[in-house]
Design a binder for this molecule. Structure first.
Ligand code: HEC
Length: 201
């Protein structure tokens, strides 16, 4: 589900950027008539694409266990570019229009960077469960109740969020610390998984 959504999001972003690019080029090269014609022709498409772009983007955000700081920067850039683009094309202000196109391109670059950073880790949505089953099930079992080598029953844990994060990070007795093995984001994600899917179940 999330992967399909990610692909649609990319498709919308690419289409959006293409439309935007043509408009910027036409504006910069003073082809006013062509620009008007292009705007008229692509009006509906542009509306659908912008809506799809935002809707899939928002959906993907809700699926992210941890929202990286860069993501906020990206969203701020996209949001900032919208009024700039509207004013820029209305007033045929080349500087504003180009600047807003530039913002979109930069935010696209940021998205790729966020993706690269994630590539070494795990993908969105499935990550908490995947990390748990990969690294923790051995002693705790998939349901958290196995109790191998004295492992605590996670479904009965009394620890709060910070307590769980602390144990995973620092370890305790036979449980080795996971700092250095898992990133703070991964520890956060696996903690959320324990709290929502194992604790009290
Ligand atoms: C080598 C076996 C082993 C592995 C692997 C392991 N644990 Fe543990 N875990 C333990 C043991 C043993 C304890 C009990 C420590 C104690 O209190 O003495 C424990 C305790 C915990 C607790 C505290 C529960 C409580 O209520 O006190 C949490 C949370 C926890 N583990 C999470 C994890 C997570 C998440 C992973 C994977 C990233 C993991 N563990 C991997 C053995 C393991």
């Amino acid at each position: 589900m999330a992967t399909g959504m990610l692909h649609s999001h990319y498709l919308f972003v690419v289409l959006f950027t293409l439309i935007y690019m043509v408009k910027t080029i036409l504006l910069l090269s003073d082809r006013d008539e062509l620009l008007e014609k292009f705007k008229r022709k692509t009006k509906v498409v542009e509306m659908i694409v912008s809506f799809g772009f935002l809707a899939t983007g928002i959906f993907l955000m809700t699926q992210m266990p941890v929202i990286p700081t860069l993501m906020y920067v990206k969203i701020a850039l996209v949001i900032a570019s919208i009024p700039l683009a509207i004013i820029g094309y209305k007033k045929k202000n080349k500087v504003l229009a180009t600047f807003s196109f530039f913002l979109i391109v930069v935010s696209f670059g940021i998205a790729q960077k966020v993706k690269k950073e994630k590539a070494g880790g795990v993908s969105i949505a499935t990550s908490g469960k995947a990390i748990f089953e990969d690294k923790c099930s051995l002693c705790h079992g998939n349901d958290g109740k196995l109790g191998l080598s004295g492992a605590k029953d996670l479904s009965a844990t009394q620890l709060d969020h910070d307590g769980i994060v602390h144990i995973i990070t620092e370890g305790k007795n036979t449980m080795a610390p996971y700092k250095g093995v898992l990133s703070p984001e991964q520890i956060e994600v696996v903690t959320q998984y324990i709290e929502t899917d194992l604790k009290g179940k």
